[in-house]
Design a protein around this ligand. Structure first.
Ligand code: GDP
Ligand code: PGA
Ligand code: MN
Ligand code: MN
Length: 611
């Protein structure tokens, strides 16, 4: 057994006995061999990664191509978020319904206590104090994650502000979220027999549980990012959405960017797209049209709160990116490609023979031979994918060449516009602007998108995903809609403008019509034109649409009829959509569902008129 240079007692435990007590309780429950308080140092990163390489969890990439970078291959059964194993354990089931899986909190606690009992036997238990948002910032929040996965520790080091600096700041009385995680694979069995570890320990019985009333997280059985890096989806979205409802702010599945126009006017946009629907790409947009600049502030989560001036301010609570690898290449996302030059953990992508990584879309020409994400020999003739479609890179945000200088600012940035989008092969146009905040909330509430590999289950199935928050709202979805309506009332004239976008319309052969990626700058240009009041919009039942000649298509070789097809209102399709939305609204508890959304639907239906 390797001995770590461990600190089994908290370095600053005198500051916060509450944390020390909780850690003691969990250690008694899970019975690890040792307890390590993570300090967040480079020496610690080096030690952990070295141990994981020796153990087989990580493969060190060739430092000539990818310094201080690693490849992890997960268990093929642990590659994505498990929505059917994700639970909101509120006291009243109605406080979780109708879109979440619910479990009774006291029963769930008993069940989890049994699962966690001795679950770390033979392993090291790590304690990770962390901050979501800059440490001490007015919009920031603290958490402490316990985990028996060194992969999780190294990933949290990239994704959050963690270690001694965070622990020091969690003084007694400061709220912090306890977040307990175990891969659920003890190395010593009940008879005291020690087993060899596997490269990716996990348990087929997975539970991702949230207790909104006590603001706690318990995650068992998975090592995958969205299930195991508890600061991200579990805290910054599910638990934070509950805090936000109670405290009058918003925790959203949104990227944040700063856009500077050729006239040097500056705007900030936040955009909600479901998982694997283009947030990271839009956050790192490299505009093709001259004079435009996009700077990155966040790529997945936005915490937003009205500032002293009454305008909505947003921070990115994370400090790294957990991005989809496949499809990320120099032609689609040059910025991300440069961000991951080194100091990156890759998960479930292919390994080239020269010791670098590869995935579909990284380069046009695949390597002649590689090892695929599951560890098998691979050639372009294999007929299989080299990388898992949900293969990921984990990297610190400050490596991003377009990161905004002040992305770390604790006060955040003022949001001028909010965008909602998803994968819609038909019906939803390239861009439309909501006439009012209420219509914008209607756009968010009625979003639908094709499922992706970011979650387990079938891919390409159209489903409702309101505000891209279907898997992430930690409370009743109708209450969440009402919270959006209430925030608009509070913001009044200061409320950001709201737009709907869709990069994913397809032609009869199933090909994307809109070139997307860097060319999305053209849609941003139109949006900014609307914010500045320079451009007109055609008022339609689904919002303001661009006049064809005002959308900048210079230099694009596109069929004009096809473009018209994706920027216009398809009345027939929208009549169907409106009828379907009526059915969807019927799935919510009428007493909780905001009347404003029903009025928007009535108005849409009326304005579309009969067949
Ligand atoms: P996120 O999970 O929402 O952050 O989405 P990503 O930005 O990582 O993108 C997910 C997948 O969608 C990747 O395979 C991208 O290559 C692809 N994608 C992103 N933006 C576009 C776009 O504008 N058009 C098309 N066709 N695909 C896109
Ligand atoms: P994504 O993040 O939105 O970048 O895919 C992970 C997820 O939502 O599961
Ligand atoms: Mn996400
Ligand atoms: Mn992303």
């Amino acid at each position: 057994m390797t001995m770590l240079a461990t600190r089994t007692t908290p370095p600053l435990n005198h500051r916060n006995p509450e944390i020390a007590d909780w850690v003691d309780d969990i250690a008694r429950l899970t019975t690890p061999d040792e307890v390590v308080w993570v300090d967040g140092s480079t020496a610690e990163w080096d030690r952990l990664t070295k141990e994981m390489v020796a153990q087989g969890t990580l493969i060190r990439l060739n430092p000539e191509w990818r310094p201080n970078s690693f490849l992890a291959r997960s268990d093929p059964a642990d590659v994505a978020r498990v929505e059917d194993r994700t639970f909101i354990c509120s006291v009243d089931p109605d406080d979780a319904g109708p879109t979440n899986n619910w479990r009774d909190p006291s029963i769930m606690r008993l069940e989890l206590s049994e699962l966690f009992s001795h679950s770390m036997r033979g392993r090291t238990m790590y304690v990770i104090p962390f901050s979501m948002g800059p440490i001490g910032g007015a919009l920031s929040q603290f958490g402490v994650q316990i985990t028996d996965s060194p992969y999780v520790v190294a990933s949290m080091a990239l994704m959050t502000r963690m270690g001694d600096a965070a622990l020091e700041a969690i003084t007694p009385g400061t709220p912090w979220v306890p977040a307990l995680h175990s891969v659920g694979a003890p190395l010593v069995d009940d008879d005291g027999v020690r087993h060899d570890d596997s490269a990716w320990p996990n348990n087929e019985n997975k539970y991702i549980c949230h207790f909104p009333e006590s603001r706690e997280i318990w995650s068992f059985g998975s090592g995958y990012g969205g299930n195991a890096l508890l600061g991200k989806k579990c805290f910054a979205l599910r638990i934070a959405s509950v805090m936000a409802r109670d405290e009058g702010w918003m925790a959203e599945h949104m990227l944040i960017v700063r856009v500077t126009s050729p006239e040097n006017r500056v705007f900030h946009l936040a955009a909600a797209f479901p998982s694997a629907c283009g947030k990271t790409n839009l956050a790192m947009l490299a505009p093709t049209i001259p004079g435009w600049k996009v700077e990155t502030i966040g790529d997945d989560i936005a915490w937003m709160r009205p500032g002293p001036d009454g305008r909505l301010r947003a921070i990115n609570p994370e400090r790294g990116f957990f991005g989809v690898a496949p499809g990320t290449g120099l032609s689609t996302n040059p910025v991300a490609t440069k961000t991951i030059w080194g100091n990156t953990i890759f998960t479930n992508v292919a390994l080239r023979d020269d010791g670098d990584v590869w995935w579909e879309g990284l380069t046009d020409t695949p390597p002649a031979h590689a090892t695929d994400w599951a560890g098998n020999d691979w050639t372009p003739a294999s007929g299989t994918r080299a990388a898992h479609p949900n293969g990921r890179f984990t990297v610190a945000a400050d490596q991003c060449p377009t990161i905004a200088d002040d992305w770390n600012s604790p006060d955040g940035v003022v949001i001028d516009a909010i965008l909602f989008g998803g994968r819609r092969p038909s019906t939803v146009p390239l861009v439309s602007q909501a006439r009012t905040w209420q219509q914008g909330v209607f756009m968010g509430a009625t979003m639908a998108s094709e499922t992706t590999a970011a979650a387990t289950g079938e891919v390409g199935v159209l489903r409702h995903d309101p505000f891209a928050m279907l898997p992430f709202t930690g409370y009743n979805m109708a209450d969440y809609f009402a919270h959006w309506i209430a925030m608009g009332e509070r913001l009044g004239e200061n409320a950001p403008a709201i737009f709907s976008v869709n990069w994913f319309r397809t032609d009869a052969d199933g090909r994307f019509i809109w070139p997307g990626f860097s060319e999305n700058a053209r849609v941003i240009e139109w949006i900014v034109g609307r914010l500045e009041g320079d451009l007109a919009a055609r008022a339609t039942p689904i919002g303001g649409l661009p006049l064809a000649h005002e959308l900048n298509l210079d230099g694009l070789s596109l069929d004009v009829d096809e473009i018209r097809g994706i920027i216009d209102l398809d009345k027939t399709a929208w009549r169907r959509e409106a009828a379907e939305i009526a059915d969807y609204f019927g799935t919510f508890d009428e007493t909780r569902f905001p009347i404003e959304l029903r009025r928007e639907l009535e108005r849409l239906t009326r304005e579309l008129g009969p067949e």
